[in-house]
Design a protein around this ligand. Structure first.
Ligand code: CMP
Length: 136
């Protein structure tokens, strides 16, 4: 029984033309794309997605960035996909993320870090239900 995770290819990646590069890494790894949509978040939706961060000092500029243009939202599935994808994207700060990871190879920012991925089984369930209610 494969796990699922919610991934956002953020507005900086869309703007920079890196959607194919990032999707390709997930596909070549052997993960399956179960859902995929291009969408621009509004403020209320961003607050729901980032419910655990809304009170943090970095949230207002994060919200402006995340609502500032279209992003690609997708559901990936595969064996231990939550942990596998977290490893592939690297640590939050692109300046510190290891070479070979998406952020380590392609981002130089703590905010504009190209990708979001669910960090636990519970957050994956919550985020998939928010973005793709039709997946149940
Ligand atoms: P993400 O995985 O989407 O989860 C929360 C996001 O907030 C994170 O990626 C970054 O884009 C952003 N973020 C987290 N910490 C900081 C920080 N200290 N300064 C700026 N942005 C941050």
């Amino acid at each position: 029984p494969d796990e699922r995770t919610l991934v956002l290819i953020k507005p900086d990646a869309v703007r920079r033309g890196l959607v194919g590069e990032i999707l390709g890494r997930f596909e070549r790894k052997g993960l399956r794309i179960d859902a995929l949509v291009l969408r621009t978040m509004d403020g209320d939706f961003a607050d729901q997605h980032y419910a655990e961060h809304v009170d943090k000092p970095f949230y207002p500029p994060l919200k402006a960035f995340m609502t500032g243009g279209p992003l690609a939202a997708l559901v990936l599935s595969g064996d231990q996909v939550i942990e596998v994808v977290r490893g592939m994207i690297g640590s939050t700060d692109g300046r510190k993320a290891a070479a070979g990871t998406i952020r380590g190879d392609l981002s130089l920012s703590n905010r504009e870090n190209l990708v979001h991925a669910s960090d636990s089984v519970d957050s994956a369930k919550r985020e998939i239900a928010l973005w793709f209610p039709e997946l149940g």
